[in-house]
Design a protein around this ligand. Structure first.
Ligand code: XMP
Length: 513
C-alpha cells in the first residue's frame, strides 16, 4: 500500500496532471519541490521518480536544479520535457536553445520498439510538445529510442540505470497514447502493483482517523458540497457517534438544499447533525447592502460567529474536520515565467480564527477532486451530492445583484430550481462546470395575457471549466434554452425576461456578484 511514485515539481503547469495520471494507473503519487534533498527523497522510499516539465532553461543562471544525489539512489527516473533536459545535463549531455520552438502536435517515430517505456505502441504516434531548448548531445550510457521531425532525441533511455527521458508531454490529452507510456513506467519499469484504489483508501483512512482521534470528539462544518460531505461520511464510518456535523442554513441556500442534506446525513447515514437555522440573522445584516465586497464580508463574519457559537454548544470536541484537498496543500514552486502557478484560489481565504483551538482532521488532504468523488460513491453517497456543481460559500447572495431580500431570494430560488431541473432532465447538468440563474436588479416592461408587467430579468449562466480559473460559456441546444426560458417566465412570479450570458472568463467572472 505504501508504494509510491514521487514527482519533482520544476514549476510546470502540468505537474498535478502527471500526479493524477499516475494515480489513474492505481499507483499512489506525491508531488515534492524540485530541490528536495536526496536523503529526504530516499526516506519516502519511492518506486520511481518523475522530473516534471518547467518554464526555465537548464542553462539559465537561476535554473531550478535537483539534488545531484538523486541520480545515485538506484531508483528509476523519468524526465519529462524540462525534466529530460535536467537529467541529460546532470549526466553529461548537452542542451542548447533550439532554432525554432517546438510547440503543439508532433509525430513521434519509434526507433526501438523494445524500449520498456514504449512497449506495445505503434511505429508512429501523435505527441504534444512545448519546448524551446533541445538536447543536442546524449549523456554517456544513453541512446535515442524515438525521434520527431525537430528532435533526434525525443525519447532517450539508459536501460541499465533505468533512466528515461521524454521531450514531449505524455500527461496531456493531446498525447493520446501518453497514459500507456506512464503506465509502462510505473508498472513495467518501476514494478508497482495496482493498489491505489478508493476501496483500499477507505480502510487505510478509517484506521488513520481512529488512531488520530482516539476517544475524542470531532466537529465538522457540513456545507452540503462534495468535499465536506465526503469527509463527513468517511469520518462517520471511522468514529460514528464521536462525530458531530454542524450545518448552517444562512438563508442563502438553493431550493431544497437544507432538506437534501438532512435527508442524506440524518435519515440515511444517521450522522449527528446540529442544524443551525440562522437565515433571519443573515438577512437582517444584509439589509440595504448592495456593494458586493461588503456583502461577502458580512456573510463571512456572520458565518464565523454562528459557527463558533455552534461549536461551543456542540460540546467537548478537540478536533475540527475539514475537507481540504491535495491541490490546497501542494507547495507551489515560484519559478519565473509561470505566474499562473502563483495565483492561488482567491475565495475562502482566511478560514476560521486561530482562537478556535482545534486540532485538524483532514482525511482528504492527499486526494484530488476526482478521487474524492470516487470515494464518495464508495461510501454510498448519492450521485446528487457526489456530482454536485460547485456552489459559492456566500450562496445566492452573489447571484442577486443589488440588495438581498427575502422576496428576491424566493424569485431566484424558484428560477434556479427550474434551471437545475431542466439541466438534469436533459443530462446537461453533469456535463458542465456550473449552470445557474442570476437575478438582475433590472425591471422592464412585458405583457402577460392582457396585462402589462414591470418585472425583473433573470440571466442564465452555464459554463465549462477545468478549475474555475478560466471558463467558456456552453452552447446549449436552442430547444433546451427555450424550455428553460419559457418555464421561468411562466412559473416564476416577478420575472418577465430571461437573458443568456455569453461571456467567457476572463474577462468576465463566472459569478456575477
Ligand atoms: P468566479 O466568479 O471568481 O468564480 O469566476 C470561480 C469559481 O469559484 C466559485 N466561487 C466561490 N466558491 N466561495 C466558494 O467556495 C466563494 O466565495 C466563491 N465565489 C465564487 C464560483 O462558483 C466558481 O466556480
Amino acid at each position: 500500500m505504501n508504494e509510491q511514485i514521487v514527482i519533482l515539481d520544476f514549476g510546470s503547469q502540468y505537474t498535478q496532471v502527471i500526479a493524477r495520471r499516475v494515480r489513474e494507473c492505481k499507483v499512489y503519487s506525491t508531488i515534492v519541490r524540485y530541490d528536495t534533498p536526496a536523503d529526504e527523497l530516499a526516506r519516502l522510499r519511492p518506486s520511481g521518480i518523475i522530473l516534471s516539465g518547467g518554464p526555465s532553461s537548464v542553462y539559465a543562471a537561476d535554473a531550478p536544479m535537483p539534488d545531484r544525489g538523486l541520480f545515485k539512489l538506484g531508483i528509476p527516473i523519468l524526465g519529462i520535457c524540462y525534466g529530460l533536459q535536467v537529467l541529460a545535463q546532470f549526466l553529461g549531455g548537452k542542451v542548447e536553445r533550439g532554432l525554432k520552438r517546438e510547440y503543439g502536435k508532433g509525430t513521434l517515430t519509434i526507433r526501438d520498439s523494445w524500449c520498456p517505456l514504449l512497449l506495445g505502441l505503434p511505429g508512429t504516434l501523435q505527441v504534444w510538445n512545448s519546448h524551446g531548448d533541445k538536447l543536442t548531445k546524449l549523456p554517456k550510457g544513453f541512446k535515442s529510442v524515438a525521434t520527431t521531425d525537430n528532435s533526434d532525441y525525443a525519447v532517450i533511455e539508459d536501460r541499465a540505470r533505468r533512466f528515461y527521458g521524454l521531450q514531449f508531454h505524455p500527461e496531456v490529452a493531446h498525447t493520446p497514447r501518453g497514459r500507456e507510456i506512464i503506465s509502462s513506467f510505473v508498472h513495467g519499469i518501476c514494478s508497482c502493483g495496482r493498489n491505489w484504489t478508493m476501496q483500499n483508501y477507505v480502510q487505510q483512512a478509517v484506521e488513520e482517523i481512529r488512531a488520530q482521534v482516539g476517544r475524542e470528539h470531532v466537529i465538522l462544518g457540513l456545507s452540503g458540497g462534495v468535499d465536506s460531505s465526503v469527509a463527513a461520511a468517511l469520518i462517520h464510518k471511522a468514529i460514528g457517534e464521536q462525530l458531530t456535523c454542524i450545518f448552517v442554513n444562512n438563508g442563502l441556500l438553493r431550493s431544497r438544499e437544507a432538506e437534501v442534506v438532512q435527508d442524506v446525513f440524518v435519515r440515511h447515514f444517521h450522522i449527528k447533525l446540529q442544524y443551525e437555522d440562522v437565515a433571519r440573522k443573515f438577512l437582517d445584516r444584509l439589509k440595504g447592502v448592495t456593494d458586493p465586497e461588503r456583502k461577502r464580508k458580512i456573510i463571512g463574519k456572520t458565518f464565523i460567529q454562528v459557527f463558533e457559537e455552534a461549536t461551543k454548544r456542540a460540546g467537548r470536541a478537540k478536533f475540527l474536520a475539514q475537507g481540504t484537498l491535495y491541490p490546497d496543500v501542494i507547495e507551489s514552486v515560484p519559478i519565473g515565467g509561470n505566474p499562473a502557478a502563483l495565483i492561488k484560489s482567491h475565495h475562502n481565504v482566511g478560514g476560521l480564527p486561530k482562537r478556535m483551538k482545534f486540532k485538524l482532521v483532514e482525511p482528504l488532504k492527499c486526494l484530488f477532486k476526482d478521487e474524492v468523488r470516487q470515494l464518495g460513491l464508495e461510501l454510498g453517497l448519492p450521485q446528487e451530492i457526489v456530482y454536485r456543481q460547485p456552489f459559492p460559500g456566500p450562496g445566492l447572495a452573489v447571484r442577486i445583484l443589488g440588495e438581498v431580500t427575502a422576496a428576491r431570494l424566493t424569485i431566484l430560488r424558484n428560477a434556479d430550481a427550474i434551471v437545475v431541473e431542466e439541466m438534469k432532465r436533459s443530462s446537461w447538468y453533469y456535463k458542465v462546470w456550473q449552470s445557474f440563474a442570476v437575478l438582475l436588479p433590472v425591471r422592464s416592461v412585458g405583457v402577460m395575457g392582457d396585462e402589462r408587467t414591470y418585472d425583473f430579468t433573470v440571466a442564465l449562466r452555464v459554463v465549462d471549466s477545468q478549475d474555475g480559473m478560466t471558463a467558456d460559456w456552453v452552447k446549449l441546444p436552442y430547444e433546451l434554452l427555450e424550455t428553460i426560458s419559457t418555464r421561468i417566465i411562466n412559473e416564476v412570479k416577478g420575472v418577465n425576461r430571461v437573458c443568456l450570458d455569453i461571456s467567457s472568463k476572463p474577462p468576465a467572472t463566472i459569478e456575477w456578484e
